[in-house]
Write a protein that binds this ligand. Structure first.
Ligand code: PMV
Length: 334
């Protein structure tokens, strides 16, 4: 048995003597939503959110979460999301994260504004935890670096460590038991023609959160064994494809990677299947369009909605086929 490390231990290392004492009345932070092209799926440490594999994402410009955190003296934390009280499960998760940075007797007021179209079908929890860490950094005047912010954000939600940066981002899995080498770093990729288009299928909350779905897959899916090595291999090739601005190569790899991730969950016992009939219909329309020479690919996260990947060259054909989709240009960083 190796040594086990707690979140409190990690926080102490990162803060390295810095205090949790407010230097202003409210701290502010913001962070973008990110979409993984090479997915993070499965933890090797569930306390520290250490992943089984490295992952690659792009941030969606203009979609972000803004947070403000105020230290108060009330009975309990107040967590507001877009002006309304957060549901108790969300407030509880935020409260437990804030415990890591809570001076004795302090409660917090957290006010979060998601600048994400409510109908976009995008999870904003990664952006929320990254924004919360930035807001705490501001409240306490720590002035931490990106890598340190990334490690703290990871303790809130794994994929949040990537939302510390804009543009293309790699989260290195790291190999240390304490996770101090598991953080995100930005890639310098300029590819203004690259597009991500969102195809909305359902706005319903998902039936199972990604945390539970991941753990259930790791614990019970016979296909999971093949995942970590497959993802590491995909990631290396995807970075090369991005550097060459090769949409066919990047798109094929990203699509195959998403399907392999979903295959591991479908084989879990009980199965985890996020697709709806319309999800499959969109996938088939993408393949049909590809057979006509259009370079369009998809990726799908832990939900039914589809994200299309293409470039400026095929934009007209994609928009004609899929109608009014919301489009983003993640690279270069704006
Ligand atoms: O960080 P979590 O627990 O929200 O998990 C993210 C899981 C996926 O979105 C499916 C993949 C990813 O890398 O973002």
């Amino acid at each position: 048995m190796g040594e086990t490390f707690t979140r409190e231990w990690v926080v102490r290392q990162i803060l390295a003597g810095r205090k949790c004492e407010p230097v202003k009345s409210a701290g502010h932070g913001q962070a973008p939503v990110n979409i993984a092209l090479c997915k993070y799926w499965g933890k090797r440490d569930r306390e520290l959110n250490l992943p089984q594999n490295s992952s690659l994402s792009v941030a969606l410009p203009g979609l972000d979460v803004a947070m403000s955190v105020t230290a108060a003296g009330g009975d309990a934390d107040r967590v507001l999301m877009n002006g309304r009280m957060a549901d108790p499960a969300v407030a509880d998760r935020v409260g437990r994260f804030l415990d890591l940075f809570r001076p004795a007797g302090v409660t917090f007021e957290v006010d979060s504004t998601a600048r994400v179209p409510p109908a976009a079908g995008l999870a904003s929890s990664a952006a929320a935890f990254a924004a919360l860490v930035r807001a705490l950094d501001d409240l306490y005047g720590w002035r931490l670096e990106g890598r340190e912010l990334s490690i703290l954000a990871r303790l809130g939600s794994g994929s949040a460590c990537r939302s510390v940066y804009s543009g293309a981002v790699i989260w290195e899995r790291g190999s240390r038991a304490d996770g101090m080498d598991s953080f995100a770093r930005p890639l310098q990729i300029e590819w203004p023609e690259f597009r991500v288009g969102l195809v909305m299928i359902s706005e319903q909350p998902k039936f199972l959160g990604s945390r539970e779905a991941m753990n259930q897959t790791v614990d019970t899916s016979p296909l999971y064994r093949a995942w970590p090595a497959t993802a590491e291999e995909d990631l290396g090739k995807m970075v090369e494809a991005m550097e060459r601005r090769d949409i066919a190569q990047l798109g094929e790899l990203a699509e195959a990677n998403a399907l392999a991730m979903h295959a591991t969950m479908i084989a879990a016992r009980p199965p985890v299947l996020y697709w709806l009939p319309d999800t499959l219909a969109v996938m088939q329309r993408v393949w049909a369009l590809r057979r006509t020479g259009v370079r369009v690919y998809f990726t799908i996260d832990a939900g039914p909605n589809v994200k299309l990947l293409y470039t400026e060259r095929d934009r007209e054909r994609v928009v004609t086929e899929f109608g009014p989709i919301v489009e983003y240009r993640p690279l270069p960083v704006v």
